[in-house]
Write a protein that binds this ligand. Sequence first.
Ligand code: SF4
Length: 231
Amino acid sequence: MSIADIHAIYLATEGEGINLGIPQVFVRFQGCSIGCVNCDSMETWEFDSGRPMLFSQVIDEISRVGQNGLIKRVSFTGGDPLHPKHRVALTTLIDKLKAKGYWINIEAAGTVIVDEVFDKLDFISFDIKTPSTGVRFNPRLLNKMMDQYSDKFQLKAVVDNRQDFDFISKLYDQFSSKNVNWCITPGFMKGETLPKEKILQIMDWNIADGGKFRVICQQHKFLFGADRTNV
Ligand code: SF4
């Protein structure tokens, strides 16, 4: 079936992680069954309620919003772009975009590694689900990521409190010999104003812990507010 269930396609400047500040076209799939309690895009959870688009329409829309093909970077996100329901659409779109010379990233929830997708990508932003998300993280996935994809991924964890920080710090210690980008995203929930004290606290914890992480805040939330979507 050549239909993708799309929540939104839009041009924005990357607001988090090590590619912060780079303009790209975001393609958000509709549908996620992971259920993070601190999810900031719950409107993308329900399946089959997005905009059904032909693959050719998705490609045309990516080109149109990307300054008529000038912006050649795409980030697949969600929802959960790696959910089995999206796989055919995702792999087909990646193939078509690669043939047109696009650089492609995925925002992976960190619950699964899909080799047939990851092998094709230029970059993988792989989440580590911390305790405050309410989702159990499988550390064995990190071994596989580091063995197979060490040249093209970052680890990104939302840290909302000390328990989250200790969790990620302990994980880092298990894998510290590996040369990988570890990023902390301080929690910045919908409805919140800038959580400056929390961010500074996390930076202090990181310093006291030997500076293992890059603490990178969500720039788009600073600029547009935490409730604005697709920015
Ligand atoms: S994986 Fe992403 S979209 Fe799904 S619940 Fe978690 S934060 Fe929300």
